[in-house]
Design a protein around this ligand. Structure first.
Ligand SMILES: Nc1ncnc2c1ncn2[C@@H]1O[C@H](COP(=O)(O)OP(=O)(O)OP(=O)(O)O)[C@@H](O)[C@H]1O
Length: 234
């Protein structure tokens, strides 16, 4: 495990704090219960568990897309499960970068336009680029090794690995306090996966974004400060 950032570096407000979270999908007999999470600003947490253990459900709860049946979720000092839907959407746009399992890039936009999109949806994200969304997008695409002649291509013409890196750049732009990533490495071979993770975490560290990353693959735990297992006591 890597060293944790020191408390002096991080300030006092946790990036993520959950207590007693549970959720029941329609048709489920038993609620899914989740371990409590404490994540300091700038730290990187790995959550692993087998297929069906609730990893995506937990990320959806943390992103404020669904509400818990019980428990509470504090992100960057805000209790998001107590917010109305519109305020949760606003909070997500301002403070959370999400890397979805299927990337969810906008197919008719270029790589560059996909990366700058969060800054068009959030004045805070734009302000944190110094009102230079396109400049920061170019820097991120460059750091993530997307060749410059691909930046204006529609994203569907990029390789899967390139699409994944565009999704990472979109999550990183405007230094959100929290990055949520759902098994985004599953389509890559081991070398590329490790390289991608190192790069993602290095760039997140630079912008002091906390990262919460879920995967079924425990071997990725070595890249993170902390880890939590789902589904082992269920
Ligand atoms: N939209 C939904 N409606 C009903 N049940 C759902 C829904 N999404 C997930 N579930 C159920 O919740 C449980 C946890 O699913 P979830 O997708 O969170 O697991 P996971 O650990 O992310 O799995 P995987 O690694 O396969 O992506 C499963 O039993 C699943 O069938």
């Amino acid at each position: 495990m890597r060293n944790k950032a020191t408390q002096a570096d991080t300030g006092d407000i946790p990036a993520v704090q959950t207590r007693g979270l549970s959720f029941t999908w329609p048709g489920q007999q038993q609620p899914m219960a989740f371990p409590d999470i404490d994540l300091n600003p700038g730290d990187h947490l790995f959550i692993h568990g087998p297929s069906g253990s609730g990893k995506s459900t937990l990320l959806n709860l943390l992103a404020g897309m669904i509400l818990p049946g019980a428990g509470d979720i504090h992100l960057l000092g805000t209790r998001i499960d107590a917010l109305r839907a519109g305020a949760r959407d606003r909070f997500r746009a301002d403070h959370i970068g999400v890397i979805f399992q299927q990337f969810n890039l906008v197919p008719y936009l270029s790589a560059l336009a996909n990366v700058t999109l969060p800054c068009r949806l959030s004045a805070q994200r734009l302000a944190r680029t110094g009102n230079q969304a396109e400049t920061q997008a170019r820097q991120l695409l460059d750091q993530l090794a997307i060749p410059e002649d691909h930046w204006h291509r529609g994203v569907t013409r990029l390789s899967i690995g390139q699409q994944q890196r565009v999704a990472a750049a979109r999550a990183l732009i405007g230094a959100p306090g929290l990055i949520l990533a759902d098994e985004p490495t599953s389509a890559l071979d081991t070398d590329n996966r490790d390289r991608f993770l190192d790069l993602l975490l290095k760039l997140a560290e630079r912008s002091r974004s906390s990262v919460l990353f879920v995967s079924h693959d425990r071997s990725l735990a070595q890249h993170f400060h902390q880890q939590i297992a789902l589904g082992e006591s269920a």
